[in-house]
Design a protein around this ligand. Sequence first.
Ligand code: ADP
Ligand code: MG
Length: 397
Amino acid sequence: MNIHEYQAKALLRDYGAPVSDGRVVFKAEDAKTAAGELDGPLWVVKAQIHAGGRGKGSFKEASAGEKGGVRLAKSVEEAAEETARMLGRTLVTHQTGPVGKQVNRVYIEDGSGIERELYLALLVDRQSSRISFVCSTEGGMDIEEVAASTPEKILSFPVDPATGYQGFHGRRIAFMLGLEGAQVKQCVKLMGQLYQLFTDKDMEMLEINPLIVTDSGDLKCLDAKMGFDGNAVYRHGDIAALRDETEEDPKELAASKYDLNYIALDGEIGCMVNGAGLAMATMDIIKLYGAEPANFLDVGGGATTEKVTEAFKIITSDPNVKGILVNIFGGIMRCDVIAEGVIAAVKEVGLQVPLVVRLEGTNVEKGKEIIANSGLNVIAAENLKDGAEKIVKAVKG
Ligand code: ADP
Ligand code: MG
């Protein structure tokens, strides 16, 4: 689960980390009051969407030379004008994809004098199974690009969970970032605060890009991106309350309400599968036969007719879906139950695209018989290979 920059900065502030003062604005008419509460003489108006690259992004239907989603203002009036120009419009960045994201909130923040822009992140490193720090002197840039072209400018190391954060971790980062004097002390303290916040809230990712050295020589978190482990959010009511459903894929949102593991993708074959491993294999074999999956969907081991129906609705609501492959391995789940669920679902939500069903495992013969006798236009498949071939052929001809 992701949150907005202004929400992330509020958490940073709670943990004592240095951030600028700012106000979130939902309606243009509130912008003047909000900006007036800040010190000035420089204001920064920042579009709040769950995507990075806002500064370099551009709005749809932008006028010639119009700036992106991070704009400077020299007065309260100007800050209000920029807010009004952003709200309700669609911002496209390299992280939003060409569709972009609608800006429904804007953060007005005190402008900072910037001496240097640095990069700092904490993440769960799957290779070492530990929380790792990542830092670089190349802040404000796309870190993927830095990693590709100048990997020597990135330092990354894991923290031993037995000791947790230690001062030497912070000093190592300060040295890499070329910090001096009082900045080293600030860095050691800040890294400790970030590590504490990260672990307290079960985060998956915390990125400060840029972490700056201000013109007065102090460290400050100028941008903040946070991602939380979705499976742990139930432990943090304060974090759960920060969820902005308008930022989420509506299909993924519907799936989460029915406890379906669903991820939208951009292909044309909708997949309904039980078990994450089988779902991955199904996506692979669809690709092998020359098509692309429209989604990952694991209906889980105990799928009921209701769940299967919901899964179908979600798959068929995707206009990109040109065919559906149901691939079920009956274990505890019986194939006849699944077959009945599929038929009930098709009867309820209708079916405009070819449907291939492959069943294997417990009560497979009974399941196949139910499908065959249903009178519905369902293409039966013998095995995974056959199912993938049939659905790709049905869609691509
Ligand atoms: P994004 O990463 O989405 O583009 P950032 O918050 O990193 O958004 O802002 C982009 C750039 O805008 C920063 O690298 C920094 O140069 C500038 N900027 C952002 N916030 C401020 C601020 N409060 N004061 C001065 N400059 C800022
Ligand atoms: Mg940034």
